[in-house]
Design a protein around this ligand. Structure first.
Ligand code: ROI
Length: 163
């Protein structure tokens, strides 16, 4: 089994419900158990500001799937939520499920880059990740606790517990 951390984000079509549905769907991925889930957080959009605020959370999954099989499973859940992949990479989305970490692996393939390239700069990833895994270190040795202490605040707000 591998431990993977997944970032969840939504800013369209009832984001809180989108995240709650996604959490339910993550629990049904074959060969996978959800070990923990952070609280829900409101966050201001990173990137273009002319889009709604986001709801974000982070989940820990323990899985027997390969990283690519896990990515396939996550993209299937995104598609079932009605996500349309458009060119606007930084635009609003119904549901975004990102593999943040896959054990201590470093992956640089065309479809998948792990650790997630934005992890260290994103308050909406670091704070929920630190909530569920403060002892965690990245493959390069950086500690999540230190990174989350030093991230500049962009107004992330606790919303509610999920479980
Ligand atoms: N901004 C926030 N606050 N939360 C996200 O999940 C998120 N996802 C994105 C971009 C557009 C970079 N901005 C975001 O993909």
């Amino acid at each position: 089994m591998v431990t993977a951390y997944i970032g969840l984000g939504s800013n369209l079509e009832d984001p809180e419900q989108q995240i709650r549905n996604a959490v339910g769907a993550l629990k049904t991925i074959e060969g996978t158990v959800m070990f923990s889930i952070s609280a829900l957080y409101y966050s201001r959009p990173m990137g273009p500001q002319d889009q709604p605020d986001y709801m974000n959370a982070v989940a820990r999954l323990d899985t027997s799937l390969s990283a690519i099989a896990l990515l396939d499973a996550l993209q299937k859940i995104e598609n079932q939520a009605g996500r349309v992949r458009k060119d606007n990479r930084w635009g609003p989305r119904v549901l975004d499920l990102d593999i943040l970490l896959y054990d201590n692996n470093v992956i640089n393939s065309e479809r998948l880059v792990v650790p997630h390239y934005g992890l260290k700069e994103r308050e909406f990833v670091l704070i929920p990740l630190n909530e569920i895994a403060p002892e965690l270190c990245l493959p390069d040795g950086d500690s999540i606790e230190n990174l989350s202490k030093n991230i500049p605040s962009n107004g992330l707000k606790f919303h509610s517990k999920l479980s």
